[in-house]
Design a protein around this ligand. Structure first.
Ligand code: NI
Length: 130
């Protein structure tokens, strides 16, 4: 067990890639991932799980087929499993995602924005692939 707190600002300073979630902690089978976003993601859904978005900095939107949810720093949203959604942000936005291990960020959609899973950020180092 680590004696150090997990510091979001410190972790966020260790990568610049957009739409590329980095794991900072796990709780049982769930992962906490930091991600930087800007622009449009792809329409997708997750058949097996809900997905939690917690905005740490900036503003982003989650488009659904019938509505649009705006989230700013200090706000969160739970996307229910199986519901199509498309995150987007006009300016760079930083978020914490909470979801089970091995969830694919693009769901069934795939494509060039599909990110590698299990990219960890370790204290005092660059990104490690576990
Ligand atoms: Ni999603």
């Amino acid at each position: 067990m680590s004696s150090a707190a997990i510091n979001f600002s410190e972790k966020l300073a260790m990568f610049t890639e957009l739409w590329s979630p980095r794991v900072v902690a796990e709780m049982n089978d769930y992962q906490f991932k930091l991600v930087k976003v800007k622009g449009d993601f792809v329409w997708h859904d997750h058949q097996e799980t809900d997905e939690v978005f917690v905005v740490l900095k900036g503003t982003m939107h989650i488009a659904f087929r019938d509505r649009d949810v705006q989230l700013s720093a200090g706000e969160m949203y739970v996307v229910p499993k199986g519901v199509e959604h498309k995150p987007y942000a006009d300016e760079e936005c930083h978020m914490l995602l909470v979801e089970p291990r091995s969830v694919v960020n693009t769901g069934e959609a795939g494509g060039e924005l599909q990110a590698k899973n299990d990219l960890w950020i370790q204290q005092g180092s660059r990104v490690l692939v576990r």
